[in-house]
Design a binder for this molecule. Structure first.
Ligand code: CP
Ligand code: NVA
Length: 307
């Protein structure tokens, strides 16, 4: 059975641990694994813009011995002229992995249903699981054992990052708190999935409306843009809605004394996070960005080894 990585819970707790362990090793020894030697090719599709995902996959694929084929919006027949299923069948004859950043998550499910090579979600409207692996690697580097740590994500709790923190952090056995305004809470089915996982791993899931209560004593404080790709037309309203969730130094003072701050980037210092937080001593955002390379190399190596 070909394994895919479309949602954070596509990896079991033990599998997630293995991938994070390998990510740590690849950070120390970047060329220790060469599963794409040949070079074998990897297609990397973008329906949305990207900096970190584009460069981290291109660099990571090259470091694994492979060759990335980057496809920008509108450059392939996919979507406009050719079905997702036909694209999946053709690409499975040509490349070793398919990486896709897109809008609707069910497109990725359709790709995976027809592909005989692993499909990786590099961001959909619903999940961003590659980012969560990098975040977990970053937290582990600073705090050691993940299980039992408390992480609070504030802001747009109904977006891809909110959903992925629920699933990915519950899988790691963490206590995940999500805080956002009424009407922007995570999807109930994803909360239920995270609660089921947390019950197995010893983690926990809590949903808050009050940002101060959500942050109290947290080991990690996390936010994301209030205006995700595709939501640009709603910018003015969203900035007003999410304003109480801005991460300021006053809010950080409510967290644990040695709390760290994470943000997947790109960040807006005038909205979701104050400059003194993202550019301050508690911020680990640059390690978090770098870890995209190591975590995704580990993920690709692991998926190829399952084939
Ligand atoms: N964090 C992240 O995925 O960044 P990009 O949108 O630049 O890829
Ligand atoms: N929620 C953001 C994440 C960007 C990496 C978006 O989808 O635009």
């Amino acid at each position: 059975m070909t394994r895919h990585f479309l949602r954070d819970d596509d990896l079991s707790p033990a599998e997630q641990r293995d991938v994070l362990e390998l990510a740590a090793r690849l950070k120390r020894e970047p060329f220790a694994e060469r599963p794409l030697e040949g070079p074998r090719s990897v297609s990397v599709f973008f329906d949305k813009t990207s900096t970190r995902t584009r460069f981290s996959f291109a660099a990571g694929i090259a470091e694994l011995g492979g060759s990335p084929i980057i496809v920008n919006p509108g450059e392939a027949q996919l979507g406009a002229k050719e079905s997702i299923g036909d694209t999946a069948k053709v690409l499975s004859r040509m490349v070793s992995l398919i990486v896709w950043r897109t809008f609707a998550h069910d497109g990725l499910e359709e790709m995976a249903a027809h592909a005989t090579v692993p499909v990786i979600n590099s961001l959909s409207d619903d999940f961003h699981p590659c980012q969560i692996l990098a975040d977990l690697q970053t937290i582990r580097e600073r705090k050691g054992e993940l299980a039992g740590l408390t992480a609070t994500y504030l802001g747009d709790a109904a977006n891809n990052m909110g959903h992925s923190y629920l699933l990915g952090f519950a899988t790691a056995g963490m206590r995940i708190r999500i805080a956002g305004p009424e009407g922007h809470h995570p999807r109930p089915d994803i909360v239920a999935d995270a609660e089921r996982i947390a019950a197995e791993t010893g983690g926990s899931v809590e949903i808050f409306t009050n940002p101060a209560l959500a942050v109290a004593g947290a080991d990690a404080v996390i936010t994301d843009t209030w205006v995700s790709m595709g939501q640009e037309a709603e910018k003015a309203a969203r900035i007003e809605t999410f304003a109480p969730y801005r991460v300021t130094s006053e809010l950080m003072e409510l967290a644990a004394r040695d709390a760290i701050f994470l943000h997947c980037l790109p960040a807006y210092r005038e909205y979701e996070v104050a400059p003194e937080v993202i550019d301050g001593a508690q911020s680990v955002v640059w390690d978090e960005a770098e870890n995209r390379v190591h975590a995704q190399k580990a993920l690709m190596t692991w998926l190829l080894a399952q084939a």
